[in-house]
Ligand binder design. Sequence first.
Ligand code: ADP
Length: 577
Amino acid sequence: MAGTQRDAALVALFDEITTLAQASDDFEAAAHATLGSVCELIGWPLGHLWVPADLGDDFVSADIWAGSIEDFPALREVTLRTLFSPGTGTIGQVVTTGKPVWSRDVTADPLFFRAQQERDLRVRAAFAFPVVAADGVAAVLEFFSEQGAERDEPLLRMLTALGHQLGRVIDRQRVHQLVEGNRHRLRQLIETSMEAFISMDASGRITEWNAVAERMFDRPRQEALGRLLHETIVPPRYRKAEEAGRARFLSTGRSNVLGRRLELAGWRPDGSEFPIEIVVWATREDGEWAFHSFVHDITDRRRAERALREAYEAEQATVARLKELDAAKDAFIATVSHELRTPLTSLIGYLEVMADADAGVVEASPPGRRMLDAMIRNAARLQDLVEDLLAINSINPDRLEVDAAPVPVGEIVEEAVRVTAAAARDSGHGFQVRLDAGAGHVPGDRDLLVRAVGALLSNAVKYSATGTPITVHASAAGHQVAIAVTDTGAGIDADELPHVFERFYRTRYAHEHAIQGVGLGLTIAGAIAEAHGGTITAVSTPGEGSTFTLNLPVSAPGRPGGRGGRRTVGGRTGRSA
Ligand code: ADP
């Protein structure tokens, strides 16, 4: 071929391969076409493709040939079993250098190993050039002639440029494979999603519809694809709004729906509706908008919410009813207690007159006398119970009001001891009272405070052995006055101590020894303490005794330094330590 003619043909080949390389992402097809075109151009009978082995760095034959390879069985056979490591032999050299190689005569070229292995390959000249992709040599094209031939530098230069064009095909093929891989993974993700996945194009037609969507909206994929979304899953009354929203987004880019978690109504072909939670987002590919959504059926959640709401309402109704019953019970107790109080007082009065030998109303024999005493004792017990019931009723749930005036601490203690003295005398207890100088006055309600200390004293009497001492010690520290009642009695177990201020709570000891009481004394005392801005604390060692301490502020609560004042507190109180 004459020089200029050949140059024109080379340029034509270059153009042809460049056009092919720009359009194709099938490297093997492009390589095959290139092999054929080059053979035709230079008039050589054989072309062949080397590619990387599946594993490792070696290059192996792709067994892709241009020309009649069947006429060269020895060459094909030895080529198929040859591996080139980078740097070794002709092909290895091309791989490492990225440059073409030329053998004028393969039988005389020490780098052309195959000619050494097989005597009669029936080829003489050979050359190879690399296909260079983004990350280096990705394939090698090799050509054979039956005659020897000198190195053709212009040809090699042009083919080297061609190798870079073919490299783009490989790059594109890899990107394509990557994209395909991602798309495949995405498909799997969508298909295995626990939620319905639905996509639509800008015209509102469904383009994706996974298995969950099939079940949720009761429509097979094939039937759903291509349908208008709003006619497929949106209840008729909302369809116009859906269309309008999509149109507004497409024209203005504004949307009230995109990217938000919305609770809407879903629709099935049988006309039934159900609650759904849906998130919609938009993507743009090649200038075309597409909308995608995950949809979750929230029928169960709604049902659970409704059940919860109903249960709450039912409970509220029960609480209201219980409150009514509680109020009725309190009213009943108050009425009955009041009704019992008057006849009891009169009964006790007459009994005491009868028992008073000096009065001489009744001349009682000794057994008659004992009966009279028992009647008086039991009537007094009943009177205590009635008083406790009345007190607890006024403390809870109503509010306890305190009219505070300065009360001498000594007077509180003295009066409480006096009230309890009779019981103490009966059981042979003696009170040892100690009043510290600082314990002057506290603001409060004298009768209530006497009642509180009296409750502590009466417990000390009840829960300690006959004849054992009970001490009452009033002291002052900082802005507090403490009235401590200590006995050497049964004590209280640690697990029971936190409960002794609860209404009707009685310890195992009280039950087992049938000690008189109903479990209201400390509740009332605690409420009185709190109404005065104070507390009752308890320390106890089982078998050794207990100390209950009434702590009171020396100024009226809420009015530092002040005297008097009114404090209102509801409910039970008291703290144990
Ligand atoms: P009760 O009417 O039973 O005495 P309280 O409310 O006064 O009711 O006391 C609650 C319980 O606390 C009593 O039943 C008793 O078990 C226990 N308790 C109170 N004070 C003492 C004490 N000083 N020693 C031992 N146990 C006590």
